[in-house]
Design a protein around this ligand. Structure first.
Ligand code: SF4
Length: 402
């Protein structure tokens, strides 16, 4: 059987490279036009070309989002853009509009068309119809339960992609105008201001009825699907998608690496036990900045899957630096500081080829070989004594005492 695909997001060239280096089979990204994260994207056309070359040289695929909800004024240059993406060798475009599906197939027949989650496809009949528009794959709506995914996969006429991790909407995947109303930023044309995550005071007839010290949000918890990966593999899902085109390189690295290891373990051992599920969940908590849950996979998302007040999760680790090189003879790593850390901190290194090796930070120097007691200047490059071999692009994080 074909191995399931792990599909990661990227905001710019460096983050796409991180996703690839940490084990993604495919990366999706948006250009400056026609994408739902236009404000987040740093992919100029030339960068898309560069990342396609980098990815293909490593057997990784690149998908480009063209998934805004089109108004008449949005079509200018679309045909040329689709042709350009095809000329770069982009493997697929992710689209919402049936018109764009047919247009893409007519101007770039070899480039696959994947139907965006924005279309909220939640049944096999819809998938059959989308096939007639030229779709090659359908990303299911994030509102599908696991039994529904099993059922859809058993009858679907197209490969199915499922979200497994990251932010959720309080409305049907992005089909929401809250941001439009509150900020004049169109959520469906790349401008969502995450208004559902803001804090609100609730008034009735001019009287405050919510706790004045504890304002409410309407936000959904993030999605985390570790316990469902085995079922998804066995029921025939083709691709597992991580949300987060706005996320940091650290988040991308940790989440991609965790699911990469999990998927490989399932293929190797044919299943994973409860302890391993807990282990992978703990790994994801190292990258998490919002509370998470199983979303609709475990059934209707009730109030336990929403965030009415709290917005931050208990972060267990802080990303503090990235390795630029390692002098094995002296046991010194050259580190670019990302966040503050001090002598005496317990640090952990992880990377594409290294798993969670820890050490206590005993010796640091600046570039002039002055001893340091603290590393408090982000972007500064310093030397840190690390008692085991590390490699360029490994990441260093500080373990919280609790
Ligand atoms: S405001 Fe919230 S629910 Fe609406 S599109 Fe944005 S993230 Fe989704």
């Amino acid at each position: 059987m074909n191995k399931i695909e792990l599909l990661a997001p990227a905001k710019d060239f460096e983050k796409a490279k991180t996703a690839i280096d940490y084990g993604a089979d495919a990366v999706y990204l948006g250009g400056k036009s026609f994408s739902l994260r236009t404000r987040a994207s740093n992919f100029e056309n030339e960068d898309i070309k560069r990342i396609v070359e980098y990815a293909h040289s490593r057997g990784v695929k690149i998908y480009v989002t063209v998934n805004i909800v089109f108004h008449d004024e949005d079509f200018d240059g679309l045909k040329e853009y689709l042709k350009l993406l095809d000329s770069y060798g982009v493997d697929a475009v992710i689209v919402t509009s049936p018109f764009v599906m047919t247009l893409s197939k007519s101007v770039a027949p070899d480039m696959e068309v994947h139907v965006s989650t924005q279309l909220s496809s939640l049944n096999s009949e819809a998938i059959s119809t989308l096939k007639s528009f030229g779709a090659d794959r359908v990303v299911l709506g994030r509102e599908a339960s696991m039994p529904e995914i099993v059922s859809i996969c058993s009858t679907s006429k197209l490969p199915v992609e499922v979200f497994i991790h990251g932010g959720m909407c309080s409305n049907y995947s992005g089909r929401c105008v809250m941001s439009n109303r509150m900020t004049n930023r169109d959520a469906n044309r790349g401008g969502c201001a995450h208004s559902c995550r803001w804090k609100y005071h609730v008034y009735e007839g001019g009287v405050l009825i919510s706790d004045p010290n504890n304002p409410l949000s309407m936000s959904s918890k993030d999605l985390r699907a570790v316990e469902y990966i085995t079922d998804m593999i066995y029921c025939g899902v083709s691709s597992l998608k991580i949300e987060g085109r706005m996320k940091s390189e650290y988040y991308i690295a940790q989440v991609v690496k965790t699911y990469r290891k999990l998927i490989d373990e399932v293929y190797e051992n044919l299943s994973i036990n409860k302890d391993r599920i807990e282990y992978y969940n703990r790994e994801l908590f190292k990258a998490e900045n919002r509370p998470s849950d199983t979303g609709f996979l475990s059934g209707t998302a009730d109030e336990s899957k929403s965030l009415y007040g709290v917005n931050g999760a208990g972060v267990t680790h802080d990303y503090v630096g990235i390795v630029k090189g390692y002098d094995e003879r002296r046991g010194l790593a050259l580190i670019e500081v990302k966040n503050m850390f001090d002598l005496g901190d317990q640090l952990e290194v992880f990377g594409p080829a290294i798993d969670n090796k820890t050490f206590v930070n005993r010796v640091m120097f600046d570039q002039e070989w002055h001893l340091l007691g603290e590393a408090h200047k982000p972007t500064e490059t310093i030397y840190v004594r690390i008692p085991f071999r590390v490699s360029a692009n490994d990441m260093v994080r500080k373990i919280h005492e609790s």
